[in-house]
Write a protein that binds this ligand. Structure first.
Ligand SMILES: *[C@@H]1O[C@H](CO)[C@@H](O)[C@H](O)[C@H]1NC(C)=O
Ligand SMILES: *[C@@H]1O[C@H](CO)[C@@H](O)[C@H](O)[C@H]1NC(C)=O
Ligand SMILES: *[C@@H]1O[C@H](CO)[C@@H](O)[C@H](O)[C@H]1NC(C)=O
Ligand SMILES: *[C@@H]1O[C@H](CO)[C@@H](O)[C@H](O)[C@H]1NC(C)=O
Ligand SMILES: *[C@@H]1O[C@H](CO)[C@@H](O)[C@H](O)[C@H]1NC(C)=O
Ligand SMILES: *[C@@H]1O[C@H](CO)[C@@H](O)[C@H](O)[C@H]1NC(C)=O
Ligand SMILES: *[C@@H]1O[C@H](CO)[C@@H](O)[C@H](O)[C@H]1NC(C)=O
Ligand SMILES: *[C@@H]1O[C@H](CO)[C@@H](O)[C@H](O)[C@H]1NC(C)=O
Ligand SMILES: *[C@@H]1O[C@H](CO)[C@@H](O)[C@H](O)[C@H]1NC(C)=O
Length: 411
C-alpha cells in the first residue's frame, strides 16, 4: 500500500514539477570515494547530456565550487557552494565520501551539503540539480533546495525562500540584492540588509495569498509563475509560456531565471545550435527595464541616471565617491561642517544647487508650504538640511545621507 501511494505521489509531482525523473534516474552515478581538484582532468562531473557540470571553476584569482551551464561559447554559473568563502587555491580538493566535502590546501574540511543521513552516491542531473542519495536511492540533499541567484527549469523558490544576487557576473559571492518569496504570497525585490517592508521594495508581484502559501516556479517551457501551493494552480504568470514547437522536443531551449548583479530579476533562454550545444542566453522577460529603479543600485548620497541605456551613479553636489574604484558604493560629503549650532553661521561656505526631476527615498524631517526661493534659503540656513525636495508648493527637507536617489528623465 505504501509503495502504491508513493508511485502515485511520484507521478503527480512528475506531472506538476517535472523533476521526479531526475531523482530516480541517474544514468551516471558519482560513487562515494570520488574526488575533484581544480587543475587535473577530474575538475568536474558532467551531467549525462553534458549541459551542466559540477566542479571547480575559476573565480577571483582562485577557484570556487559550483554548477555551471555548459554553453557553446561561454559557461554560466548557476549555483555556488559556500559562495562567501574566499577563493580556493589549486591545491584544494573536493571529496565525496559519505558527505560532500571541500578540503582546503591547509587540510580544513568544509561541509558543502549538510545532511543527517549518509550519502552513498550522487548525481549531476540533466536539469542542473546536484543530488545526493542514500543507500535506498532516496534523495537526502539537492542543490535545487539551496538556490543562490538562479532557478532552473523544474525548480521552485519556496515559501520564505530568497535569491541573492551575485557581486558581479564573474564573482558569485553574495551581492547587494535579494528576491523574497514572502509568507504573504508576494514576491518582492529588496536590497540586502533591509527589512521586508514596502519602503525598501523596488519591485513586487503584489499578488497575495490571503492565508494560502505561494511559491515561484519555472517550468520546462519557460513559464515563470506564482503557484498556489494548496492547489498547485498558477495564480500569476510573470512570463508567457513558450509557444515554440522546439520546446516540446529534445532540442528545446533551456531556461533560467536569475537575480542579476544589477538587482533585476530576468528570465533567460539558451537555445541550441546545430550540434545541440547551448548558445549564449537571450533575455525573455525582465522584472524591470531600468536598473535606476532598483533601490540601492547607487549608494548613499549618489544618484542614478539612465543614459544611453546604461545606468550611471553620480555624486550629489558637495560629495565625492567613497571608493572611486566602485561607483555604486556611494559618496561622502567632501567638506567638514563649519560651526553650525544656531544655523549655518558661515553661509558663504554653503551653497544650493538646483536639480530637476530628482526622486529619492527616506522620509523628510519637515515638510512645509513655501515658495521655491524660501525653500532654498530655509535649507541653506538649517544645519540639518542636506537637501530639499520642492514639489507642488511643498518644501521637504532631508538630512544627509540621501538614499535611493535617481534622476527621472521623462521620455
Ligand atoms: C532515464 O535516463 C535515460 C538516459 O538518459 C533516458 O533514456 C530515460 O528516458 C530516462 N528515464 C526517465 C523515466 O526519465
Ligand atoms: C577521475 O574520476 C573518476 C571517477 O570518479 C575515477 O574513476 C578516476 O580514477 C579519476 N581519475 C583521477 C586521475 O583521479
Ligand atoms: C600545491 O602543492 C604542491 C605540492 O605540495 C606545491 O609544490 C605547490 O607549491 C602548491 N601550490 C600552491 C599554489 O600552493
Ligand atoms: C547542519 O544542520 C543542522 C540542523 O539544521 C544545524 O544545526 C548545523 O549547524 C548545520 N551545520 C553546519 C556546518 O552548517
Ligand atoms: C489557493 O488555493 C486555495 C485552496 O483551494 C483557495 O481557497 C484560494 O482561493 C487559492 N488562492 C488563489 C489566489 O487562487
Ligand atoms: C499561466 O499560463 C498558463 C499557460 O499559458 C495558463 O495555463 C495559466 O492559466 C496561466 N495562469 C494565469 C493565472 O493566468
Ligand atoms: C536535434 O538537433 C539535431 C542536430 O541539429 C538533429 O539532427 C535532430 O534531428 C534534432 N532532433 C529533434 C528531435 O528535433
Ligand atoms: C566637492 O565636490 C564638488 C563636486 O561634487 C567639487 O566641485 C568640489 O571641488 C569638491 N570639494 C572638495 C574640497 O574636494
Ligand atoms: C567662513 O569661510 C571662509 C571660507 O571658507 C573662511 O575663510 C572664514 O574663516 C570662515 N569664517 C568663519 C567665521 O568660520
Amino acid at each position: 500500500m505504501a509503495s502504491i501511494s508513493f508511485i502515485f505521489f511520484c507521478l503527480f509531482t512528475l506531472f506538476l514539477i517535472g523533476s521526479c525523473a531526475d531523482e530516480k534516474n541517474c544514468s551516471q552515478r558519482i560513487n562515494s570515494g570520488s574526488s575533484l581538484s581544480p587543475i587535473t582532468h577530474n575538475n568536474s562531473w558532467p551531467s549525462s547530456s553534458g549541459d551542466f557540470e559540477f566542479g571547480f571553476y575559476r573565480q577571483g584569482g582562485g577557484f570556487a565550487i559550483g554548477i555551471w551551464l555548459v554553453g557553446s561559447e561561454e559557461t554560466t554559473v548557476v549555483w555556488t557552494a559556500n559562495r562567501d568563502y574566499p577563493p580556493l587555491t589549486v591545491n584544494a580538493t573536493h571529496v565525496f565520501t559519505d558527505k560532500l566535502l571541500l578540503i582546503t590546501e591547509q587540510g580544513q574540511e568544509i561541509l558543502i551539503a549538510n545532511t543527517t543521513r549518509t550519502a552513498s552516491f550522487a548525481c549531476m542531473t540533466d536539469s542542473g540539480n546536484f543530488v545526493l542519495y542514500d543507500g535506498d536511492s532516496d534523495v537526502i540533499w539537492e542543490s535545487f533546495e539551496h538556490p543562490t541567484d538562479t532557478i532552473l527549469e523544474g525548480q521552485i523558490l519556496p515559501v520564505r525562500g530568497q535569491l541573492f544576487s551575485s557581486i558581479s557576473e564573474s564573482d558569485h559571492s553574495t551581492g547587494r540584492f535579494r528576491l523574497k518569496m514572502q509568507d504573504d504570497g508576494n514576491l518582492v525585490l529588496y536590497p540586502v540588509n533591509t527589512e521586508d517592508t514596502y519602503i525598501f521594495a523596488s519591485w513586487a508581484t503584489n499578488v497575495f495569498g490571503g492565508g494560502f502559501k505561494f511559491h515561484l516556479y519555472l517550468s520546462t517551457t519557460g513559464l515563470l509563475s506564482i503557484i498556489n501551493t494548496t492547489t498547485s494552480n498558477s495564480v500569476h504568470n510573470l512570463s508567457g509560456a513558450s509557444t515554440s514547437a522546439a520546446d516540446n522536443n529534445q532540442n528545446s531551449s533551456t531556461y533560467r531565471a536569475t537575480l542579476d548583479a544589477d538587482g533585476i530579476f530576468r528570465l533567460y533562454s539558451h537555445a541550441r545550435d546545430g550540434n545541440g550545444k547551448l548558445r549564449a542566453p537571450t533575455r525573455v522577460w525582465s522584472a524591470l527595464e531600468n536598473p535606476c529603479a532598483v533601490k540601492g543600485f547607487c549608494g548613499l548620497d549618489s544618484y542614478c541616471t539612465y543614459y544611453d541605456a546604461q545606468p550611471n551613479c553620480v555624486c550629489l553636489p558637495g560629495t565625492d565617491f567613497a571608493d572611486p574604484s566602485s561607483r555604486t558604493s556611494g559618496c561622502l560629503t567632501n567638506y567638514t561642517e563649519l560651526g553650525c549650532r544656531h544655523g549655518k553661521e558661515n553661509t558663504s561656505f554653503y551653497y544650493i544647487t538646483r536639480m530637476e526631476n530628482m526622486v529619492w527615498g527616506g522620509l523628510p524631517y519637515t515638510r512645509e508650504e513655501m515658495t521655491v526661493e524660501e525653500c532654498s534659503k530655509s535649507c541653506l540656513k538649517d544645519c540639518n538640511c542636506g537637501a530639499a525636495l520642492y514639489k507642488t508648493g511643498l518644501c521637504a527637507k532631508q538630512k544627509h545621507p540621501l538614499i535611493y536617489v535617481r534622476r527621472d528623465i521623462r521620455e
